[in-house]
Design a protein around this ligand. Sequence first.
Ligand code: MOS
Length: 734
Amino acid sequence: MIGQGLNRVDGPRKVTGRATYAYEYWDAGQPLYGVIVGAAIGKGRITRIDTENAEQAPGVRMVMTHHNAPEQGPRDESIPFEYWRAQPVLTGPDVHYHGEPVAFAVAETFEQARAAAALVEVEYAEGRGHFDFAAHEGDAYAPKKVNAGIATDTAVGSFDAAFHTADVQVDQSYTTPYEFSMPMEPHACLVVPRGEDLYVHVSCQIVDAAQASVAATLRTDPARIHIVSPYVGGGFGSKLGIHAETILAALAARALREPVKVALTRQQMFQLVGMRPTSRQRVRLGAGHDGQLTALAHDVTAHTNRDVEFAEQTAATTRSLYAAPHRLTSHRLTPLDLPRGSDVRAPGEAPGLLAVESAMDEMADALGMDPVELRLRNEPAVDPERDVPYSDRHLIDCLREGARRFGWENRPATPASVRDGRWLVGYGMSAAIRGHFQGPTAVRVRWETDGTAVVESDMTDIGTGTYTVLTQVAADGLGLPPDRVRIELGRSEHPTSWGSGGSWGAANSCTAVHRACATLRERVLTAVHADTRSPLHGRNSSHALFSDGHVHIGDASEALSEILTRMPPEDLEAEGETRFMGDDSNYADYSINTYGAHFAEVGVDADTAEIRLRRMLGVFSVGQVLNAKTARSQLIGGMIWGAGAALEEEAVVDLRSGAFINRDLAQYLVPVHADIPDIDAIILDGYDDKANPLGAKGVGELGICGAGASVANAVFNATGTRIRDFPITIEKLL
Ligand code: MOS
């Protein structure tokens, strides 16, 4: 079962509307609706806020502002991860960014709530905000750590001396814009009070974090907060934590003793749920004429919100990518009065590899060397900064297999040398690398007496295929057909997981299921061995086979549904778990990563500079694949996002107000089908025995890693023009 491209087991529920999303529950009766009023300035103070007209409008039940909002728990920086901290809102008159919630209107219908929100009168004393990243880069400071607890700076050897004496040098800066996770399902919740308890139906990636965060903000016992999140319409990092809509709905539901639901508008998602910070990245590469890198530096400056620090780990994977004896990486933050930065798919690697893999292309060009060959010559024997072996590194296999399948030998050796009618044609490639993470995750697997297995965890399926891969691993582990496995996810009453994020969800939860199934198999075998009523009694169970709902030993077999009726109830369920990577010696002793190679072909109109992607191919190494179909879908989705990062995505700040000008999907461009003509993702067979007993590693975020650079490098190969300010739009290329 493991690895097969099983169709999504939740697919029929989704396409027939039986999969219930956070906003869609009606079992608690008619809810109230909440609408958030956002600040109309980017920096300053509320001097007057008048809610009288709003409160008297039809159907209105409550208007909350900083004057009457309940006291909330403060953000506690001693809690190691932001997503488990309190997220207080409406805490005072100060405005920290454009669109920050200043009021919350609750009414009997959505239309009444929206009308009331429009009647809230706010006056401000506008301050002088810092909105311009380039103008304030000089204010940058070094954060203590970057995201995920990673070191801010690293240095190995003597970079300066090695760089200055290198035969060939590349020293370039690249800029990347503000980018947003824009899951199809907006951030939404329905909070239902029952007695002292709140049932929070919320679209989230990590149920445990949502529970902790709501409880800390409301200053209540986490046991009183019940998170329900069985279906999530995408997250991409923006639902790792909960946001203002959930806190406000919970505060109002608690105060009014009635269900309250809130969904953010698409425009509010550009203000309230975090974004990928803008960055300027300087990459310096020094190499000998033979293409061996001697010096490699990656220095990053990014924006942070003043109030809530977020340092994207943009240079982190550069530390493990190529051999070079002399190396530097650094991260600096420029505080701005803009919404907070946050995790957006492949935080760090996505913008970081865009820069580093563009610089590698510049180095190949300067050396007159094939870009694939340049990467092959800089393959490290051990992780060059951690000085530990790689667990299972197949970057070279990805490069060679990709080059062969793509027909890389047909690449125009000279930029701007191949024309196809109006189109200048170019090929580009890039390497991909991403760290693999393991977190604490528990699942429970229990038999029902008819031989059906039920898997329970607070793990989420954010569209990635969790239901399906867990079904496969449980079916494999217990010898059941997949339709005899039921998966129950997304409830805080279930065993606690690290949820979906960082591409760790599938490997963590599947490993935990794998372990629980091993425990259950052992129990069954012990029971039949001792049980004189079983045809398997006394047989040597080391040759036992679980298949088709039966246990077979030699020529004897018995149905699980028979065996289970004779077992004590406490033996019918088992928990399995994975540990935090910091407590697992393999993660200290090995550099555990996933790898890939991207190849792209573009056509650039010789007159208008219109860029059309012609082909994209990615070849990836992720250890054991859990489901060939869902894994490929994840990788292709990432590659498309990478193409968007190269060519389209950019949120633009109005430097007067600090507002994002293009805050909707009409003006914030993402690729559509017509932009992506021919794309494929190939996954190499693999198994990483250092990662976990399934040999499986993260998939979701690898696809975007490096994908944009392959497109950018193809644009250079087509035109001979290098654009270092992403996205590469027509006016920059002309
Ligand atoms: Mo991912 S950006 O950790 O959901």
